[in-house]
Ligand binder design. Structure first.
Ligand code: PLP
Length: 423
């Protein structure tokens, strides 16, 4: 179990005491960093009375960690996704392939740019199935958006190879897999661009926050200009309209946010190691329950461990097992959502995104769906039934959150309750 954090966590008698990994470890280091920003009255990252340079330091730390040339701290993972799409210059006439198990922000980034999302099915990794990905590449495909879901990476080696073959850029969404790796190489180091989130549910957090990384100077310059007001800045933090002229989306990272994430980053490996250990210990204890299998994790050493995805024989068994285990206390209490059927996964599941299913628009003209350049979208469906493998899997799967502070006693009890429920 990881060392006790220096701030008191909310008291909970629930068997699974807490769900938000990073926030449990907010401690005196984050307080000191945030205090230094407030004391110097300098939370705007580009200029101020006495800049502490936390956004710069956070970006440098991510570049070093991932072996990337450029990093850009922003205010959320959702912003980071939009910036990746903007950096690639995607828009009307372009199609982006993305998996059906994802987060609403992935779809929104594409649609808001005027481009078209096309859904790719998953396999038993619950991540993009490389075979379906290749099958879906068409005349309008301009990029892939890969979401490393529920803590562990996709078959990223195969997907990178496909992107190379078809000369398509890859955006890696590492919001749920910060600190993960694939056979020793960190997630966030594979894509042409990769994004991170520091929202409350994530492995490290400041409540909000995000980051974009890449190696290409042009992509970085575009993302940089768009994250601010559409223009670069001078070293003095003043807008420089001479070099590049784009449109900004106001996604700057405040120093206060960067200070907290910078302090959290030092704890990331400790947090993920604790979750991984607890997850695989529990998983081993659950082996042998008739009909139970687990999400296939391609490289368990690179899994960050915040979620255990359990696959049951059929939907009835899934619902019954979840209900019995919950009744025996396998849940988080009033604080969060835990030990639930995956069909309760809200906007993580493509068909629960009604804006997508209904092809909703922000504009009266109905763009991007009605844009003549996107006429090919008429053949695309987004309703349930579009991705048969994912649909079938999540009907009979459940999700259990694994906090980094799960005690050995709690692991034993959770396993015992599932075995009892199975009997
Ligand atoms: C896969 C995925 N992508 C993107 C995001 C968006 O991050 P944020 O909440 O920081 O906007 C999330 C966060 O919930 C996520 O789970």
């Amino acid at each position: 179990m990881a060392k006790k954090p220096s701030l008191a966590a909310p008291k909970s008698k629930a068997l699974i005491p807490y769900e938000w990994p990073g926030s449990y470890f907010l401690g005196k280091e984050e307080l000191a960093a945030a205090a230094s920003v407030l004391k110097t009255r300098s939370s705007f990252r580009f200029y101020g009375p006495n800049l502490q340079g936390y956004a710069d330091r956070l970006e440098k730390a991510y570049c070093e960690r991932l072996g990337r040339k450029y990093a850009l701290a922003v205010n959320s993972g959702t912003s980071a996704l939009s910036l990746a799409v903007a950096a690639l210059g995607l828009g009307p006439g372009d199609e982006v392939l993305l998996p059906g198990y994802l987060w609403v922000s992935c779809i929104a980034a594409v649609v808001r740019a005027g481009a078209i999302p096309r859904l790719v099915d998953v396999d038993d990794t619950f991540c993009m199935d490389p075979t379906d990905l290749e099958r879906k590449i068409g005349a309008h495909t301009r990029a892939m958006l890969l979401t490393h879901m529920s803590g562990a990476p996709d078959a990223v080696d195969k997907i990178v190879a496909i992107c190379r073959d078809y000369k398509l850029p890859l955006i890696e969404d590492c919001a749920q897999a910060n600190g993960a790796s694939f056979h020793g190489k960190p997630t966030g180091s594979f894509g042409d661009l990769a994004i991170f989130s520091f929202q409350l549910n994530k492995n490290i957090t400041a409540g909000e926050g995000g980051l974009v990384v890449c190696d290409d100077k042009n992509l970085y310059r575009r993302a940089w200009a768009c994250h601010d007001l559409g223009y670069p800045r001078t070293p003095q933090g003043r807008l420089d309209t001479s070099a590049l002229q784009l449109w900004g989306q106001g996604s700057r990272c405040p120093e206060l946010l960067a200070a907290v994430v910078f302090a959290q980053l030092k704890k990331l490996d400790k947090i993920t190691a604790a979750m991984r250990k607890a997850k695989y210990k529990l998983r081993a204890r659950l082996e042998g329950i008739p009909g139970l299998s687990f999400r296939r994790v391609l490289d368990p050493k690179g899994d960050t461990g915040p979620f255990l995805l359990m696959i049951w024989e059929d939907r009835e068994t899934c619902l019954r097992m979840v209900e019995r285990a919950r009744a025996a206390g396998v849940q988080t209490g009033s604080l969060g959502i835990n030990n639930v059927p995956m069909t309760d996964g809200g906007l993580h599941i493509y068909y629960n995104n009604l804006s997508l299913v209904e092809k909703r628009s922000l504009s009266a003209a109905g763009r991007p769906w009605t844009d003549p350049l996107n006429a090919f979208v008429a053949n695309y469906e987004y309703k349930k039934g579009t991705l048969p493998v994912l649909d079938g899997l999540i009907e009979r799967s459940s999700l259990l959150s694994i906090p980094p502070i799960l005690s050995a006693k709690a692991i034993d009890k959770i396993a015992a309750e599932f075995h009892r429920a199975a009997r």
